[in-house]
Design a binder for this molecule. Sequence first.
Ligand code: AHN
Ligand code: ZN
Length: 333
Amino acid sequence: MYFNAKTIFWSILIIALCFSTSCKEDKPDTPPPPPKKEVKVPKFERDSSYTFIQTQVNFGPRVTNTPEHAACKDWLVGKFKSFGAEVIEQDFEAKAYTGTVLKGTNIIAQYNPGNKNRILLAAHWDTRPVADYDPDESNRDKPILGADDGASGVGVLLEIARQLNLNPIDLGVDFILFDAEDYGESKGGDYKTWCLGSQYWGKNLHKSGYRANYGILLDMVGAKNARFTLDETSMTYAPAFMRKVWKLAQGMGYGSYFVSEQTQILIDDHLFINQLTGIPTIDIINRPMKSETGFGDYWHTLNDNMDVIDKRTLRAVGQTVLAVVYRENNGTF
Ligand code: AHN
Ligand code: ZN
């Protein structure tokens, strides 16, 4: 037996018809979801983040329990709302090491609150009540402006929120601005006197069962020639994530800021996030070389003002974190 052209033609036609009908029967009624669209990493506007820092500093020191602090809170909440976030003001009371009862507020700004796939970005928005490391002894009971220690992290996060509003993505993103981080007792005080806002949040999550894939804390991210090292706390709880972020920053040309050097254990909000929630969280924080305190020479002094802030540092941090956020959304991180 042999196949002529006619037989082959009819055989193929019949097979093709069978396939097409059976395929149709297998198809579900609902169309498949559209392919996830990639969103390009937006440009981080450093001038915008600088202005957000300046505005905070213009309120004066933002010490918990003061009118300047309350005024700044209203501005921050309004800003996040104007950028399309759903904002929760989590009020709490906590006793400071001085005995003062602090009435604090953690500001939580959410994007895509219904999405289970989410990340957490944090900073502290309060400033230290005392300049206890000021070289001039007569200044040591005065509150600091906290341009870098407080305002810089918040300023970078506000610019990221502004970009999220302009360049929407599906990923869930939560910004948490912690209060009462910097009311702690230095020089021998208990580590739990610090980070009162994050300790409260860790024990009283704004949503029960709240989870995020990971978290990034920004603290003192605006100083000229800042040096962001791999701190032991981050490396204990989130080593793989931390190395990935540093590698990304270095690949983007920010290797002079993001240095792969390990530094000592650090008490900061990320410690309590890690310990209380188990969300792997890293800290991007300036650890200069040859520093007595381990922080910048302006740290906890009256010199922590706008003169400390360098827009190039803001861009290095802001563009790196934006890249993490958008790559996570695109599935390319
Ligand atoms: C301590 O000094 C114990 N931790 C540094 C955390 C901090 C203070 N970040 C900003 N101000
Ligand atoms: Zn501080």
